[in-house]
Design a protein around this ligand. Structure first.
Ligand SMILES: CC(C)(COP(=O)(O)OP(=O)(O)OC[C@H]1O[C@@H](n2cnc3c(N)ncnc32)[C@H](O)[C@@H]1OP(=O)(O)O)[C@@H](O)C(=O)NCCC(=O)NCCS
Length: 175
């Protein structure tokens, strides 16, 4: 049975046990004010090298300032995670970032990503945010997923987040 619960600080590093494998055939680019889909092939086996080393300290900082870490578990196995940062961003400081959303390969396309997204959106609303901000992996499946959740390309990318991930598609959605 799949359950969800918040992660403890000691469990944060378990996010890297999620199976990140994915075959990508198309990538979105933001060009001339719109999204353009281009054929590009990647056969990803697990996380890119160095990802855990690079992002674990950031995730722990996010946790320490009160970030919300929600895990989906199949018995004891962690199979999905959503992270909501609680640092307000945007011109009006009324947006919160969905800092991490991943579902293990074998568990995708069953509605679990949507479940995590909706819980993160509820949590952002509870914290007083007006919008959710996402710096999203530009793969076709990922961007199509977020668009189905009601996300649009943000007219005002966060300068710091854009500088970190200029290849990402920067999205926002009402909550
Ligand atoms: C993006 C991601 C989190 C989505 O999670 P997911 O669990 O696959 O998402 P869902 O199952 O809720 O939705 C995926 C699709 O399945 C469909 N679906 C939902 N419930 C379903 C069901 N019961 N049966 C069949 N299909 C279903 C949805 O319509 C959706 O279609 P869409 O992609 O065209 O919108 C996941 O695919 C993932 O981890 N991808 C790789 C990592 C990544 O890119 N993360 C985002 C970083 S920004």
């Amino acid at each position: 049975m799949i359950i969800h619960r918040e992660l403890s600080r000691a469990e944060v590093e378990r996010v890297w046990s999620i199976d990140r494998s994915e075959v990508i055939d198309h990538i979105y680019y933001f060009e001339n004010g719109g999204l353009v889909l281009k054929p590009e092939h990647y056969d990803m086996h697990g996380w890119p090298p160095g990802e855990a080393e690079k992002y674990t300290p950031e995730l722990l900082e996010c946790f320490d300032r009160g970030g919300w870490f929600c895990g989906l578990f199949d018995d004891a196995k962690l199979i999905g995670v959503a992270v909501l940062d609680v640092k307000f961003i945007g011109r009006n400081k009324d947006q919160l970032q969905l800092a991490f959303l991943h579902v293990s390969s074998a568990y995708r396309n069953q509605g679990l990503g949507q479940q995590l997204f909706e819980m993160a959106r509820d949590k952002a609303r509870e914290k007083g945010a007006k919008r959710l901000y996402i710096s999203a992996t530009p793969s076709e499946h990922t961007i199509d997923f977020y668009r189905r959740q009601g996300c649009i390309v943000t007219p005002e990318p966060d300068p710091a987040l854009f500088a970190l991930e200029p290849e990402d598609i920067h999205l926002e959605c009402d909550i």
